[in-house]
Design a protein around this ligand. Structure first.
Ligand SMILES: O=C1O[C@H](COP(=O)(O)O)[C@@H](O)[C@H](O)[C@H]1O
Length: 264
């Protein structure tokens, strides 16, 4: 028989500590992996998900906030979105990251989405919350952060309904590159990067905490060129910028084609 004092200690250890641990530990993201045949199927799967999430968000809150990425994501989204059924007027579009180049430069992410979505869908230019390419890096990041804050007023962190993310061959996502100081930002929603290892060097990016407060993050990719990094991130769990995307509480979705998933 345990003495009363020891019983109290045991009770404290088991119940109080456990309750505290549950309270403090961040809820784990719900992770979904979807492997489809080819690039075309990746775009289809992605756009079906965007359609579903937009309609759910609009029914629940009257607005859908989505963050876009550059690179191959533009192709998937611009190819598939014109075919979906949604209330376009309720959309607000942001950029997970943007390259600091003019809107006419082929490297501009906004240029790609404006050409692919304004016209082919009922979306209008004023529904895009853009990074001002005429400002220098720090000022552009501060200006973009203010624009995002105006959409999520009085919030500690933005709560995007959906962020569409890509993964570079070095495991970067948005403009968060391996080993870069921007990865450790814990207060700002947005930071500037003036030494991006991938050109162009000047960029503006959402930070990891801003990304991880969104309701859903989706990585979509296709092709054998992604296979090694997919294995390092999803198979080996290596600590890379992509692996740190854990929306909490939230959903993390990976949509891959068979070639990108080949080494898993
Ligand atoms: O530079 C960038 O690269 C990543 C990955 O691009 P991908 O073409 O390999 O898919 C992209 O997600 C990011 O937005 C972009 O600025």
């Amino acid at each position: 028989m345990l003495p009363l004092k020891s019983k109290h200690k045991l009770f404290h250890f088991i119940f109080v500590r456990r309750a505290l641990w549950y309270k403090m530990a961040p809820p784990v993201s719900k992770v979904v992996r979807k492997i489809v045949k080819n690039e075309e199927e990746v775009a289809k799967e992605l756009c079906t998900l965007i359609e579903k999430l937009s309609n759910e968000a609009i029914s629940a809150r009257g607005q859908f906030s989505v963050g876009l990425s550059g690179g191959s994501m533009g192709k998937f989204v611009c190819g598939g979105l014109p075919g979906i059924t949604t209330t376009w007027a309720k959309w607000k579009l942001f950029f997970c990251d943007e390259r600091l180049v003019s809107f006419t430069d082929p490297e501009s992410t906004y240029k790609i989405y404006r050409a692919g979505l304004v016209g082919p869908t009922p979306l209008t230019e004023d529904q895009f919350v853009v990074v001002d390419p005429d400002l220098e890096v720090k000022a552009a990041a501060e200006d973009y952060e203010k624009k995002v804050q105006a959409i999520f007023p009085n919030k500690e962190w933005p709560s995007f309904d959906l962020l569409l993310l890509g993964m570079g061959p070095d495991g970067h996502t948005a403009s968060l590159f391996p080993g870069h100081v921007a990865l450790d930002e814990s207060k700002a929603w947005v930071v500037g990067v003036s030494d991006s290892p991938k050109p162009p060097p000047c960029r503006v990016t959402l930070t990891l905490p801003a990304i991880n407060h969104s309701a859903c993050c989706v990585f979509a990719m296709a092709g054998q060129g992604k296979a090694d990094m997919v294995k390092r991130v999803l198979g080996d769990g290596e600590d890379l910028p992509c692996s740190r995307v854990k929306p909490s509480p939230g959903q993390l979705v990976w949509i891959l084609d068979e070639a990108a998933a080949a080494k898993l």
